[in-house]
Structure formats: structure tokens, C-alpha cells
Design a protein. Structure first.
Length: 106
């Protein structure tokens, strides 16, 4: 089972391929992997921030995560015209921190 450290490593790695990051201000954090997703999320009312520096973007995502409610998650999103849902990849799924605590208890 992945730990939160592993999951944060996945986020940092995914940021290398991200064009932008965005957050709904509550619990939904997205790494946008292509321009079509940047445009789509703008149409949903999100304000994407361009990823020019991976470490800086990582710090921003971690800050958003810390401010989020307990339903928080981080997903990477790429356009998939055949199956739009297949374009979403969980990097930190909801409840992942509880999994980490359970692992620590063992």
C-alpha cells in the first residue's frame, strides 16, 4: 500500500508533465496535463495557474491540500476523447491519509 510520502512523490513527478494546476477552493485539486483540459477547467469556472517551476507548483498544491476539507484529493487530468473519465488519474485519492494511518498502526 502506498504511503502519503509515495503519493506526494507521484504528485511531484506528475507536475513535470503538467501545464497548469487548479483548485476549487474546497477539496478538488487538479494537475492539468494538456491545453484542452486547461480550457475545459476554465469553462467550469476554475482559475488554472501555469506550471513554470515544478517545485513552486508542488508547494502550492501542498498548501491547497493543507487548506482543504477532509474530502480532499489530487488528480492529474489528460484529455481522452474516447472515454473522458479515463483521463482522470488519482494521485492522492480521498481518504488516502486514513490508509497511511492504518499502515502506521500495524
Amino acid at each position: 500500500m502506498k504511503t502519503m510520502t509515495d503519493r506526494w512523490d507521484d504528485v511531484h513527478t506528475a507536475l513535470d508533465d503538467s501545464l497548469a494546476i487548479t483548485w476549487d477552493g474546497c477539496h478538488k485539486i487538479y494537475l492539468l496535463l494538456d491545453m484542452e483540459q486547461v480550457t475545459e477547467f476554465e469553462s467550469y469556472g476554475y482559475e488554472p495557474y501555469g506550471v513554470d517551476d515544478t517545485d513552486e507548483a508542488f508547494d502550492i498544491v501542498k498548501g491547497w491540500f493543507a487548506q482543504s476539507c477532509f474530502l480532499r484529493f489530487v488528480q492529474a487530468v489528460a484529455t481522452n476523447h474516447d472515454d473522458p473519465n479515463a483521463g482522470y488519474r488519482n494521485l492522492i485519492p480521498q481518504g488516502a491519509e486514513a490508509d497511511d494511518y492504518e499502515e502506521d498502526d500495524e
